[in-house]
Design a protein around this ligand. Structure first.
Ligand code: GTP
Length: 670
């Protein structure tokens, strides 16, 4: 049973028009894929209007063929590899990612949300290859969208959701879905479920996603596909949680990952190697999507230190993982500028107003922007909110001592880079060691001497500036690497593409048919190919000029593309010659397909100015036979077929192989 959804409530929300929804090219692609008779060519044309999506689609397709074939380089090929349902959901996911990467809900960390969704997508995909729960390509998108209800609530009700997220963070607060129900009469996972159903995702995925927050409540039978799917997705989310958590919180999440992996029947080593692969993909994808990611985890190291002692954050018991920090866990959304050109921000945390006033005086004289907090808890909140470059903290304070605050902050991503100076009345060795062990950068004994304090701050500032410089360089490198990846892909694509028709070129064709040959040999599967040679094309060039010849070639390519089956690959191998590679195809089927291509060219109506042009092609067809030595022998047979077709008077299909079922040799013309 899926969780109950108040559809009236959902309809009201949908009617508001504010739900996250695909836009632009993505919307056109989704509408096109709903049509029964959409051609791959038409879809590829629309997709090519969004270069960012082209890159992501090709990368996703390569993720699937990486182990078995040469890289996918064109949109057409990517569409063939992925299939329409997967492409549709993928377009949806990427469109939402592009359009909803920022928003108005201040407590909702959009970057963390997408970073976690991406990791879920990749982990679910990688695990699915092992668990065989579903086609890995579809699971990528299901993973990417599996928490879209959270984004929807943040988009629909930014102000109210801010309050709900805040309330959920308080110690002893009810679970987030309960708070959401109370506020909006709908929880985020119910909304996810309703949105996926509304977008037309396959029923099985919608149901499974509906159960992912409470898998134990799902009553799927042992061995059922839904059960395996749900388990795969739950394990995927577990990996994602580790990826987006602070380094200090990660070890505590490992036992849960091992438990989920165990439920899937994965050996510990296989699980870890899968997770390491997920991390590599997550880093690559994160750069491509320009997400600001946490330092990637090493699952091998985390597995090795599973027994290490974990210091729990305040208010949480060691090993407690029931409510791990989620996309809304830490208020990391405020990214204040870190440039060295800006006035450095200093936060003073001290419960004595007089000390704060003294410090403020010294700091303001030094040109710092000064903020104050009167106790440790406020200090924690303000540090995360303001992201100061430096903090001066008193040792003894109510609620949370200075060293405890330093320790807690060092566990957060923001707190790791703040330069922290602890103040104390005592300057003995024991205090000094304790201060540095807690994670402080410096230590000053009271009473404060303004000149000494100013000198210490200047020294600290040098460290801060160096850190900022490093961070900026990292940022530039990340950005540069992402651009380089895109440029490389474009170059690779250009090197293997025929500029006139957009088809893969001869170089690609030779590689590709060799790979299909090897795969067909290995698995004992049929493989056919055809050589399509336009008839009397020289005459067109000679009579109407090269430009008209080019137009004819483009039109012929479009006609071939539209008439070809999804699994076939077509390349331009010469001036007026094309090669179609047809995996899993025997000779009779290849002949039928060739006849369809011939008819498509014959039907073409072209013109050169006022003159109507008629074109045709001679097509030679051949199929792999066990006696053939290599792929060249196959191509040779197809060539002979094309020659035979020319001999027979052109505009026809021919083969030099026997066409009776089961024939594996001989020579007969069709
Ligand atoms: N317009 C144009 N013509 C090209 C291109 N590449 C090759 N050609 C021409 O294509 C023609 C191919 O002619 P042939 O190989 O003699 O064959 P055909 O005229 O089609 O005759 P049959 O194959 O015997 O039917 C030549 O005239 C080439 O110059 C190109 O990119 N654009």
């Amino acid at each position: 049973m899926s969780p109950p959804i108040d559809m009236n409530r959902f309809e009201q929300i949908r009617a508001s028009g504010d739900l996250p929804s695909p836009k632009g090219v993505a919307l056109s692609v989704i509408q096109l894929t709903r049509q029964q008779d959409v051609s791959i060519a038409e879809l590829a044309r629309v997709i090519s209007g969004d270069p960012a999506f082209v890159g992501r689609l090709i990368k996703a397709a390569n993720g699937l063929v990486a182990l078995s074939r040469r890289p996918v380089v064109s949109v057409q090929e990517a569409l063939m590899v992925l299939g329409l349902p997967a492409v549709r959901t993928m377009v949806l996911g990427f469109s939402l990612l592009s359009n909803y990467r920022h928003g108005a809900c201040r407590n909702f960390d959009y970057n963390r949300f997408w970073s976690a969704s991406l990791a879920t997508a990749l982990a679910t995909q990688v695990f699915a290859e092992r668990s065989r729960a579903a086609a890995a390509d579809e699971l990528f998108s299901v993973g990417l969208l599996s928490r879209v209800g959270e984004l929807a609530l943040a988009t629909l009700y930014p102000g109210d959701y801010e309050g709900v997220l805040d309330a959920a963070r308080q110690p002893g607060a009810p679970a987030l879905p309960e708070l959401e129900q109370a506020q909006f009469a709908l929880s985020h996972h119910e909304l996810t479920h309703a949105m996926l159903a509304d977008w037309g995702l396959p029923r099985i995925f919608v149901d499974v996603v509906g159960h992912v927050e409470e898998p134990e409540a799902a009553d799927y039978a042992e061995g059922a596909r839904s059960r395996a799917l749900l388990q795969t997705l739950v394990a995927g989310r577990c990996v994602a949680e580790i990826c987006v958590s602070d380094e200090s919180a990660r070890p505590a999440l490992m036992p849960q990952l091992f438990a989920e992996g165990g439920r899937l029947g994965f050996e510990r080593d296989c699980l870890i190697s899968d997770c390491e692969r997920v991390v590599r993909l997550w880093v690559e994808w994160g750069a491509l999507l320009q997400l600001d990611q946490k330092t990637p985890p090493s699952f091998a190291e985390l597995a090795a230190m599973e027994s290490a002692v974990i210091i729990p954050p305040p208010g949480q018991a060691a090993g407690e993982t029931r409510n791990p920090p989620d996309a809304n866990g830490a208020p990391e959304h405020v990214r204040l500028p870190l440039s060295s050109g800006h006035t450095p921000r200093v936060l003073i945390v001290d419960d004595e107003p007089r000390t704060r006033a003294n410090l403020r005086g010294v700091l303001e004289q030094g040109g710092y922007e000064v903020y104050e907090a009167g106790n440790g808890r406020q200090g924690m909140e303000q540090a995360l909110e303001l992201q100061p470059q430096m903090m001066i903290l008193d040792w003894n304070m109510p609620e949370m001592s200075g060293p405890d605050l330093v320790r807690a902050l060092r566990q957060t991503r923001i707190g790791q880079t703040i330069y922290m100076i602890l103040l104390t009345h005592r300057g003995d060795e024991e205090h000094l060691v304790e201060a540095f062990d807690a994670g402080a950068d410096d230590f000053i004994a009271k009473p404060l001497r303004p000149r000494v304090l100013a000198a210490r701050l200047r020294a600290g500032l040098r460290v801060v500036r160096l850190q900022q410089e490093l961070e900026r360089e990292h940022e530039e490198i990340r950005h540069f690497a992402a651009q380089l990846a895109v440029t490389n892909r474009r170059l690779q694509e250009a090197a293997l593409t025929d500029a006139l028709t957009g088809f893969p070129n001869r170089r690609y064709a030779i590689d590709r048919i060799q790979q299909e040959w090897t795969a067909a040999m290995r698995w004992g599967r049929p493989l056919a190919c055809m050589i399509i040679d336009l008839d009397n094309f020289k005459q067109i060039n000679d009579t109407y000029g090269h430009d008209v010849g080019d137009d004819v070639l483009r039109s012929a390519a479009d006609a071939l593309r539209g008439a070809l089956r999804g699994q076939d690959v077509i390349c331009r191998t010469g001036g007026d010659e094309f090669l179609a590679i047809c995996p899993e195809t025997d000779l009779p089927r290849a002949l039928t397909c060739a006849e369809r291509l011939r008819a498509a060219l014959d039907r073409l109506s072209l013109s050169a100015g006022e003159v109507k042009l008629q074109i045709s092609a001679s097509i030679g067809v051949a199929m792999r036979e066990s006696r053939m030595a290599d792929v060249d022998a196959l191509m040779k047979q197809a060539d002979l077929g094309a020659y035979l077709a020319k001999q027979k008077g052109r505009n026809c299909v021919a083969t030099v192989q026997r066409t009776e079922p089961g024939a594996d040799g001989g020579a007969a013309a069709s």
